[in-house]
Design a protein around this ligand. Structure first.
Ligand code: ATP
Length: 353
């Protein structure tokens, strides 16, 4: 297969297992995001694919050629893989053009020059060809690092948190630019991030890695977001609330309403997880469960409202994110309703439905 193929990869540092039987493929022109919390093994997986770490178990192929297994270790420079790590690592004593030229050794001078110009043009940095990295902004350095990685036309690009050093506004802009450059290059991209929004935006396919280095769910970003198959995945995309209940007649009744649980047996103890924006609060509405507002904080476009169920001191304070403004001292009765399709039911011990 063209692109990257990882099969049954496991890795440990001493007795600490950081990758647990991971398999994935990335085809040409596709962007796969590996998403997971800090320390779950994402960078280690990229380092193994790049050849910066030796494989202990499993195989890695690039463009159909095996580059690593327990016995084989093709060095990084022979893998035809482009790397871009979070610190960009531009050589400070080389100009932008010389940095990009770094991966083009072996080509004749004319070829090198035209490829440098071409790839710097792609990232809008041609005017800076003779500048040194220290005069560039973070975003410009990121573009040069991208150009350097793409210059040799690698079959596979490995990106590790490539936008984490940029401030919010710049990150969004550079992310969009990078996406279009990568799409144009048509290379197979494996990108690591702990930022769910970034993965939702960038990827054709998303893999969520949990603590312990296991892939918990893989799929189209929208599907993973909308249909999490694991409590960890459900809670990974932002703040959530949790209710406990017991299944009766295929339904779980909770203090905030009833939710379908058709795949669970009678009497099964379950948890219901729902995101903060899946709670609808109404004043003097006819739907939902009566609740008391604890606090309401405007957060730009939304209001972050904390509320509790009256007379249920045993329950936690719940959190909702309401579009627009919501008063801290509402003039009428407040009710809460959770969108049933956006409430995810799991076994209480963590198994998927
Ligand atoms: P982050 O998002 O914070 O970069 P990550 O998911 O990329 O995290 P890794 O850098 O792959 O995580 O690290 C996974 C685990 O392996 C961590 O607990 C880390 O401390 C450990 N680890 C990584 N490299 C080594 C090493 N060379 N020797 C020992 N332990 C290591």
């Amino acid at each position: 297969m063209i692109g990257l193929e990882v099969k049954n990869l496991s890795h440990a540092f001493g007795s600490h297992k950081v990758i647990d039987d991971v398999s994935l493929t990335v085809g040409p022109g596709k962007i796969i995001c590996l998403l997971g919390p800090s320390g779950c093994g994402k960078t280690t997986l990229l380092r193994l694919a790049a050849g910066l770490e030796r494989v202990q178990s499993g195989t890695i192929k690039v463009d159909g050629v095996k580059v690593a297994d327990r016995k084989l270790h093709i060095p990084p420079e022979q893998r035809h893989v482009g790397l871009m790590f979070q610190d960009y690592a531009l050589f400070p004593h080389l100009t932008v053009g010389e940095n990009v030229a770094f991966g083009l050794e072996g080509r004749n001078v004319g070829d090198r020059k035209s490829r440098i110009d071409e790839v710097l043009g792609q990232v809008n940095m041609l005017d800076y060809r003779d500048a040194y990295p220290h005069v560039l902004s973070g975003g410009q350095q990121q573009r040069v690092a991208l150009a350097r990685a793409l210059a040799p036309k690698p079959g596979v690009m490995l990106l590790d948190e490539p936008f984490s050093g940029l401030d919010e506004a710049l990150r969004i802009q550079i992310r969009e630019e990078t996406l279009s450059v990568l799409r144009e290059a048509g290379t197979a991209v494996l990108m690591v991030t702990h930022n769910p929004e970034e993965a939702l935006f960038m990827s054709d396919r998303m893999l969520v890695m949990g603590p312990g280095g296991r892939i918990l769910q893989a799929g189209a970003p929208d599907d993973v977001y909308a249909c999490p198959k694991d409590p960890f995945v459900a809670t990974f995309f932002g703040r959530t609330n949790r209710l406990m209940g017991v299944v009766s007649d295929g339904v779980v009744a909770t203090p905030l309403g009833k939710f379908p649980a058709p795949h669970y047996s009678e009497g099964c103890k379950v948890q219901v997880i729902f995101r903060t924006h899946s709670v609808h609060l109404e004043i003097n509405g006819s739907n939902g469960i009566p609740v008391d507002v604890v606090s309401a904080r405007p957060m730009g476009r939304d209001t972050r409202v904390q509320f509790k169920v009256p007379g249920r001191g045993d329950l936690p304070v719940f959190l909702s994110r309401v579009r627009g403004r919501f008063p801290e001292t509402p003039s009428g009765k407040v009710t809460a309703r959770i969108v049933p399709e956006e409430a995810f039911v799991f076994h209480r011990d963590g198994d998927a439905s």
